[in-house]
Design a protein around this ligand. Structure first.
Ligand code: NOJ
Length: 557
């Protein structure tokens, strides 16, 4: 038994929209809020229920919206507050939900608060950011040895006051100081501002770095160059004093209190890094912290296409976050390589992974374009629009980024949505207009219009999956259990979801060979197969066994 009265966010499927790249209705080559409005039929038809928007607030766009200069506004690049209100209304009219991206950790250095703060040591907003004297024993030196995430010192020097300001990400994104009560008050009121408009939740940008050690102690050495999903240590630093501090876990609970002031229930999902076990702390000891967090360890494991490895991560997730805690299952976002590229654009594999994602116990997040199999696009670092790509543009060859398994420009996964086979994939109102990022030539084959007509397309596979999920409560609300009996474990990844007396089985064949499996129930009824033309399980033909063709995934009950 499980799942009594699960909340909307526990059952939902989230679709992430990078507004800049979804649909341009003004003809400036940049996507906008109206572009989303005009495509709500598409999203509703796809079957997703919640839309998460990357930041569209006023911003110099140095980091494409993650450098906010006014948290309560809509940047003219994306439209007006009226566009937003209309969009929100229409999303709600369709019984869908809307989640915004909240950048609590830092502001743009063009934010009026920072302009004040930087102006003098005595300014009333000085303590809104983290200012310190440098170490002066041997010339000008930053206050400690902390590293920013993309590399280099985490401190920026300002001559006018002869002090350094702390930033965790890029130098133009100074961190807010949450040890200053007014900062917290102001940001919590900003949250209320959007909640009062009716927003259903927030994705919390870099929440794990909200607090830094009060004494700003030097970070400890660690023999690790690059960060991994499991271990935040990188650039030879442990990140012991700037990430996942106890105060940050408490902060999650404070945020939850703000959310709980509102009815119906709102939703918080944190962008945080660490092991599943450590991240579980963000949920709060009594489930009174964040509603959920991204579990990127799974994100990087899924494309390995190794069922044993994948099932180990899922087991750890289930163990660390048993019901009523709700995990997330994410394959991509605006910072990472697209998963279809990581599996060499193999459509069958993509369908299998989608089947897994949409049937596990947790909240699936679909990144725009995944549903049509959009892949990475190569860019020269020198031409990068992404500030990270620009920072590394001295790298001689993209090969290096391949070697280290990291893409150095996030432009690769942010290209315009491929709507149709017209020029520029029909991204802009006038197809002649050059989009802000180039569209790959493959758009002529990989686009919404084309795939809508093809029953065996990736798009139609996602649609059928989402329909199956919606029609079966066990898939949305049921408990999860791996099936290992009868040697199943060796043959495929198999699990069941169960809710009261309903149970649903998912069998995923990760191998390129056909397999026969004994059915766990009498008279199984096929609900879905990655093969669009498969209508039944035909047990009689296979001596009472279920046949799975290579790379096939099925759902039955
Ligand atoms: C994480 C976001 O996902 C990324 O796109 C952004 O650049 C940084 N945080 C800084 O806000």
């Amino acid at each position: 038994m499980s799942g009594d009265n699960l909340k909307w966010w526990q059952k939902t499927v989230v679709y992430q929209i990078y507004p800049r790249s979804f649909k341009d209705t003004t003809g400036n080559g940049i996507g906008d809020l109206r572009g989303v409005f005009e495509n709500l039929n598409y999203l509703e038809g796809l079957g997703v229920e919640t839309i998460w928007f990357n930041p569209f607030f006023n911003s110099p766009q140095g980091d494409h919206g993650y450098d906010v200069s006014d948290f309560r506004s809509v940047d003219p690049v994306y439209g007006t507050m009226r566009d937003f209100d209309e969009l929100l209304n229409e999303i709600h009219n369709r019984n869908m939900k809307i989640v915004l991206d909240l950048v609590l950790n830092h502001t743009s250095d063009e934010h009026p608060w920072f302009k004040e703060s930087v102006s003098s040591r005595e300014n009333s907003k000085r303590d809104w950011y983290i200012w310190r004297d440098g170490k002066k024993t041997s010339g000008r030196k930053p206050p400690n040895n902390w590293k920013a995430i993309p590399g280099g010192s985490a401190w920026r020097y300002f001559k006018n006051t002869d002090q350094w300001v702390y930033f965790h990400f890029l130098p133009f994104q100074p961190d807010l100081n949450y040890r200053t009560p007014e900062v917290k008050k102001e940001m919590f009121n900003t949250i209320r501002f959007w909640l009062e408009k009716g927003v259903d939740g927030f994705r919390l940008d870099m929440l794990h770095s909200i607090h830094e050690d009060a004494k700003l102690r030097n970070d400890e050495f660690c023999l690790k160059l690059l960060p991994s999903e499991k271990n935040v240590a990188s650039l030879f630093r442990k990140h012991k004093y700037d990430l996942n501090l106890p105060e940050t876990f408490d902060f999650a609970m404070e945020l939850r209190k703000v959310m709980d002031e509102y009815e119906p229930e709102r939703f918080l999902v944190g962008e945080v890094f660490g092991t599943v076990e450590e991240l579980a702390k963000y949920y709060g000891p009594n489930n009174n912290g964040l509603h959920s967090v991204f579990l990127f360890e799974f994100t990087s494991t899924a494309p390995s296409f190794k069922p044993r490895k994948i099932s180990r991560v899922i087991s750890r997730i289930e163990k660390a976050l048993p019901p009523p805690f709700t995990p997330t299952y994410v394959y991509g976002n605006h910072d990472r390589d697209r998963y279809i590229s990581l599996i060499n654009r193999n459509i069958q594999k993509a369908k299998l992974l989608a089947t897994m994602q949409l049937t596990l116990r947790g909240i699936p997040f679909i990144y725009y374009g995944e549903e049509i199999g959009m892949s990475n696009v190569d860019f020269k670092l020198k031409e990068s629009q992404d500030p990270i790509g620009q920072k590394f543009s001295f790298f001689p060859i993209p090969l290096i980024s391949k070697l280290i398994g990291f893409s150095l420009t996030r432009d690769r996964c942010r290209t315009p949505m491929q709507w149709n086979s017209e020029l520029n994939a029909g991204f802009s109102v006038d197809y002649q207009i050059k989009p802000w990022l180039k569209v790959p030539e493959t758009y002529k084959k990989i686009n919404v219009a084309k795939q809508e007509k093809n029953p065996s397309s990736v798009l139609n596979c996602y649609k059928r999956l989402l329909k199956t999920r919606k029609a079966n409560r066990s898939l949305q609300e049921g408990k999860f259990e791996f099936l290992t009996q009868n040697g199943l474990k060796k043959k495929c990844l198999a699990y069941r979801r169960y809710y009261f007396n309903e149970q649903i089985f998912v069998f995923l064949n990760f191998y390129k060979k056909e397999i026969l499996i004994k059915s766990p129930i009498n008279d199984p009824n096929l609900l879905f197969s990655t093969l669009s033309n498969r209508v039944a399980l035909d047990l009689e033909t296979y001596n009472g066994n279920i046949k799975l063709t290579p790379l096939e995934g099925i759902i039955f009950k």
